[in-house]
Design a protein around this ligand. Sequence first.
Ligand code: EPU
Length: 427
Amino acid sequence: MEKFVIKGGRCLNGEVVISGAKNAAVGIIPAVILSDEPCILENVPDISDVSISLRILHEMGAKVQTLSRDTFRIDASGINNYCVPYESARQMRASYYFLGALLGKFNKARVSMPGGCPLGDRPIDQHLKAFSALGARCNLDHGMIDVSADNLKGSQIYLDVVSVGATMNAMLAAVKAKGLSVIENAAKEPHIVDLANFLNSMGADIMGAGTDVIKIRGVGYLRGTTYSVIPDQIEAGTFMVAAAATGGDVLIKNVIPKHLESISNKLEKIGVNVEEFDDSVRVWVDGPLVKTNIKTMPHPGFPTDMQPQMATLLTLAEGTSIITEGVWEQRFRYVDELRRMGADISVDGKVAVVEGTGCLQGAPVKACDLRAGAALIIAGLAASGVTEVEDIHHIERGYDNLDKKLQALGGDIIKKHFPGSSVRKAI
Ligand code: EPU
């Protein structure tokens, strides 16, 4: 078993370069299926969700060539089946994007029910509603989702809840459907815009991405393209919080500051200094951290994927902060782990009350999901003593070389292999 072992108490200082966005890349990689020509993807993050997506394409018959650490040439013209291998698909949430891409290309798709972080109920009814609106039949059969259509026809798609996944899947399925599709109550996250930009660079006709109404006029042919994935808003936010939590001074490079506004604003309320440049932000602390309240919401609200990291920072601030989770049913599972480190947080449903204690102590903890893992690493960097974080596969799903990037900033974190069972179980 691998763990991150962190000796806390060191300020992070220096520069870090942010990788491509996980939640954009995992939509764009399956979208390559829709093109009849090879595509080159740049700024692709080195994370396990990406490796799984690329493996799925390879297993289905695509040619995937690594041009450099973050650049891939993908020729999906050899794919001639519409069924995603079960074992690969169930390892990640974003495998559901193969449904939309395959349906858009072949008028049929068969993919297992997706996996992903345990954040409470994660239905896909809105994805299926969008496919049905375009004329597809959808069935669940022994853990597999089957969708098929005689012909996909452009249509009005109203999403009952604002869903990133359903918006992206609707775009993938509609991009070659005959006629006009209109997605209403669409999600507006930066990765929605990135997927639309990628598809448009292949010749698609998508307008309005980034607003709550997206119009897609179906096209018959999508050509090859070279496209660079946007920087990861959440990786950037995680480094911003890590800099603040350790009282450090970090220049975070390769970011789109506009995407970070809700995070920067909250950090400033907490007493953290944030200076924006064209494609970087500097974060530093020169005074006390103070309480604030946070409510997570779909973009442009405060992102739920930054909630655990921010809660960790607030344990180090003066005063009582209230955090309301507005997206997921169960996104406070990490709180038990933070309590092991001395945090004083009480949770009632979707609301957490954080009593700032000003300090944390190192302890053995478990990452129960991706962002929970990031929060525990931040806690470990800020705590006194040693923190061991286990179940790090969750973290490696979404952070590109987090340990190495933190080491370069002066963080004392190493990945260690431990034979046998967990420390906590052994005690
Ligand atoms: N929902 C439904 N029905 C659906 C789809 C969603 O009721 O058919 C509900 C969900 O239960 C949830 C809300 O709508 O309460 C929002 O879910 P959404 O579909 O937007 O989430 P997702 O597409 O499954 C993506 C990210 C998550 C991120 C959310 C919200 C990917 C692969 N995942 O999930 O990222 O939390 O959007 O921004 O893009 C992460 O990166 O750590 C992560 C969990």
